[in-house]
Design a protein around this ligand. Structure first.
Ligand code: NAD
Ligand code: G6P
Ligand code: MN
Length: 444
């Protein structure tokens, strides 16, 4: 029997996404009733700004919800049903370095891809495991829905180190892209699509796309991709609107041209066109700077405004429409809806001709007892070759974290398709070690 209402802890309470998620939970109250929301963060000041503003909002708009915020794990994780986790270990200051350091050596700087993603992974693993352990200690029946990045590396770490934990790793990029695909076909929502998809996180391809009646939508989508990539298609989520994202959506046309049989994830541009990405980058102003000047400024500005005025009326707070997939996922677990989601899960034969131990992103059916993978069969040589290289990068990164191994991390960087040689890999690695000394295990 499903419960009447749920207790949710948001880990990363100080995240720029927290107000949007909190408001979304209120909006979705009818299908996912939440009576208790707690924010948890390890940065009390950053969290307090977001939480005090949300407290005012909740008081004015949903006084029935018990709201609290804390930096104490026992308080945060006791008596809960779900943890929604979106932490960023090292915050934007470290994201900025992840993006800038590789660029010094002519290598692209990106949050989750290439050396930046590896560096972020080495910081994230410990933070995500810590939250998972708190959840299991204080609420052993709870589920953790994790979208802390880099999800591919974090997922591999939880597979290796916490194989029996109730954690689902999920990414929002496919949701946004499927919203755009729906729009290309004159449909209103990604929920109307049934897809075949395989890959790693931020590294995947759609090979079948149907509408609710089973009609093939690939021809229409291919036509749009060949002409415009994902540009000029609107997702109902209205996510990723900055200029740099618009370029990414356009560039998907060139990514698509390389294999016109499949529809690519936008992140493949970093692996297939790294020279183009580097040429378009400003080493003194990367995406982290854009986010600091944009999303962070807006969200924290609105929070401070609410706190100063003591009211959330006309405050510019908005529910995060795209995050409703998280409620879908929580509902599927709580109420056994058996809906389909793209999740990051152990392969175990789902992609037949690929490493059984890889964490792959594939469609799954989700219900009360977790997920069941939908077999994707054999994949083509091109995708298999790319995935084998990239999954090795991710596995070596996790091995380096576990073994405290300089050698394995150097191998991981060298193997990344974004890095031209072992000598460049070593230079970047040595800089990253220096920059991350407060966060990484000490390497030998
Ligand atoms: P942010 O820096 O604004 O927020 C992250 C928060 O996490 C900060 O308040 C920070 O203090 C906190 N934090 C860091 N380490 C912690 C720890 N060990 N324990 C508890 N709290 C900790 O970042 P953001 O831009 O809002 O993004 C948050 C996260 O969500 C990032 O990992 C980002 O990559 C991820 N994200 C993922 C997806 C996806 O598709 N999977 C989509 C959007 C964002
Ligand atoms: C997409 C990805 C996320 C990533 C985000 C970056 O949504 O799926 O994994 O964190 O983009 O967005 P940002 O605006 O922070 O560059
Ligand atoms: Mn993602």
């Amino acid at each position: 029997m499903a419960k009447k209402s749920y207790a949710v802890t948001v880990a990363g309470g100080g995240s720029t996404f927290t107000p949007g998620i909190a408001l979304m939970l209120l909006e979705e109250h009818d299908r996912f009733p939440v009576d208790k929301i707690c924010f948890y963060d390890n940065d009390p000041e950053r969290q307090a700004t977001v939480a005090k503003a949300c407290e005012i909002y909740f008081h004015e708009n949903a006084p029935e919800v018990e709201f609290s915020y804390t930096t104490d794990p026992e308080e945060a994780f006791t008596g809960i049903d779900f943890v929604l986790a979106h932490i960023r270990v090292g915050k934007y200051a470290m994201r900025r370095l992840d993006e800038r350091i590789p660029l010094k050596y002519g290598v692209l700087g990106q949050e989750t891809c290439g050396p930046g993603g590896i560096a972020y992974g080495m910081r994230s693993i410990g933070g995500v495991l810590e939250i998972l352990d708190y959840m299991e200690k204080y609420s052993p029946d709870a589920w953790m829905l994790n979208y802390s990045n880099p999800a591919a590396i974090v997922a591999e770490a939880t597979r290796r180190l916490r194989p029996n934990s109730k954690i689902l790793n999920i990414c929002d990029m496919p949701v946004d892209l499927m919203g755009k695909m729906a729009d290309m076909c004159g449909l209103n929502t990604w929920r109307d699509l049934t897809v075949g998809y395989y890959g790693l996180n931020h590294f995947g391809w759609w090979d079948r796309i149907y509408d609710k009646d089973g009609n093939d939508l690939m021809p229409q989508i291919k036509e749009h991709m060949a002409a415009n990539g994902y540009a000029d298609a609107l997702s109902e989520t209205n996510q990723h609107v900055d200029e740099s994202w618009v370029h990414t959506f356009q560039k998907a046309r060139d990514v698509y041209a390389l294999d016109p049989e499949t529809i690519p994830n936008t992140y493949l541009k970093y692996y297939l066109f790294p020279d183009y990405v580097v040429a378009g980058s400003d080493p003194n102003y990367t995406r982290a700077d854009e986010v600091i000047a944009g999303r962070e400024k807006n969200v924290f500005g609105a929070c401070k405004d609410i706190i100063a005025k003591g009211t959330s009326k006309d405050c510019g707070f908005e529910a995060d429409a795209h995050a409703t997939y998280i409620v879908d996922l929580a509902c599927a677990l709580a109420e056994n809806t058996m809906e389909r989601f793209l999740l990051i899960v152990p392969n175990e034969g789902c992609v037949e001709n690929f490493d059984r131990t890889a964490m792959v992103e594939v469609p799954c059916i989700v219900g009360k007892n977790g997920y069941e993978k939908i077999c994707q069969g054999s994949i083509p040589q091109f995708q298999k070759g790319m995935m084998e290289q990239q999954v090795s990068v991710e596995k070596l990164t996790v091995s380096a974290w576990i073994d405290h191994s300089y050698q394995e991390l150097w191998q991981a960087l060298t193997l990344s398709k974004t890095v031209p040689s072992a000598s460049v890999a070593k230079q970047i690695l040595d800089d990253l070690i220096e920059a991350n000394k407060d966060y990484w295990p000490e390497l030998h």
